[in-house]
Design a protein around this ligand. Structure first.
Ligand SMILES: [Fe+2]
Length: 177
């Protein structure tokens, strides 16, 4: 059961690549809720990147490339900052087992790799968005698929293994009335 008003439903994520849904109507009520909202945003971006990969070499939408290029790094940097300062310390504090598992250390390493990778993709997306042509579509498609497949695995692990433990902990720690 989800506590603190958090809707925890990893199976319901959109993968349609509609990054318009990244606009937020209300501020999140907790770090956990914000992480889950950012996960939704990251998965929407993965969908958009997959659409771009599928539309190479010459059917891609330039405006979509520019929109994704504008959104990708700021969104994942916000997610990483939130997870590393709020979520992972809370997870590691839950039990020695969680801390010893090294999961958060691995996830932090993946954050560094993802930001480097996202910076490369952003540069190319801006270029093809402005110019309307891809230099090497095969290589770019390979890069895109490597990024969004890794990102989906990362988000799935955090949603399925980190979020429920944080959620249960918050729920259990609430005083009974
Ligand atoms: Fe993460």
């Amino acid at each position: 059961m989800a506590g603190n008003g958090v809707r925890y439903s990893p199976g319901s994520r959109s993968r349609d690549g509609d990054i318009r849904s990244l606009r937020q109507e209300q501020p999140p009520s907790s770090p956990l809720q914000e992480m889950l909202l950012l996960h939704e945003g990251k998965l929407a971006l993965c969908g958009a990147l997959e659409s771009i990969a599928d539309s190479l070499p010459n059917r891609f939408e330039r405006l979509t490339c520019l929109a994704v290029a504008n959104t990708l790094l700021p969104l994942i940097r916000r997610a990483h900052q939130l997870e590393e300062t709020n979520i992972f310390p809370a997870y590691d504090a839950l039990s020695d087992t969680a801390a010893r598992s090294g999961s958060t250390q691995r996830l932090r390493s993946e954050h560094v790799e993802d930001e480097c990778f996202a910076a490369e993709l952003t540069e190319i997306l801006f270029k093809i968005g402005h110019e309307g042509a891809v230099g090497d579509a095969e290589v770019f498609g390979f890069m895109l698929r490597g990024f969004f497949e890794g990102m989906r695995r990362h988000v799935a692990f955090e949603s399925e293994h980190i979020a429920p433990l944080i959620d249960n902990s918050l729920f259990r720690s609430r005083p009974e009335i």
